[in-house]
Write a protein that binds this ligand. Structure first.
Ligand SMILES: [Zn+2]
Length: 70
């Protein structure tokens, strides 16, 4: 089980319309665009990384590493 991971790395930004945009820095999925931090917290606590997205991110990281090393 991966439930021992303490705090998932969510990144929050303020939208122009003052809603809060939260996304996951591991799978880069948008978690929510909510109007209150309580809603953001609730959405974040329900977020589970999509394994297919994680795989894509991992592949992308490998590709960019190769490119930057060249
Ligand atoms: Zn995620």
């Amino acid at each position: 089980m991966n439930d021992r991971i303490k705090s998932p790395p969510f990144i929050r930004k303020r939208n122009k319309d003052w809603t809060i945009h939260s996304y996951c820095s591991r799978c880069f999925a948008t978690v929510t665009d909510a109007s209150s931090t309580a809603e953001v917290k609730a959405a974040e606590s329900e977020h589970r990384c999509d394994p297919r997205l994680l795989e894509m991110v991992e592949k992308y990281r490998k590709v960019t590493r190769l490119v930057s090393a060249a």
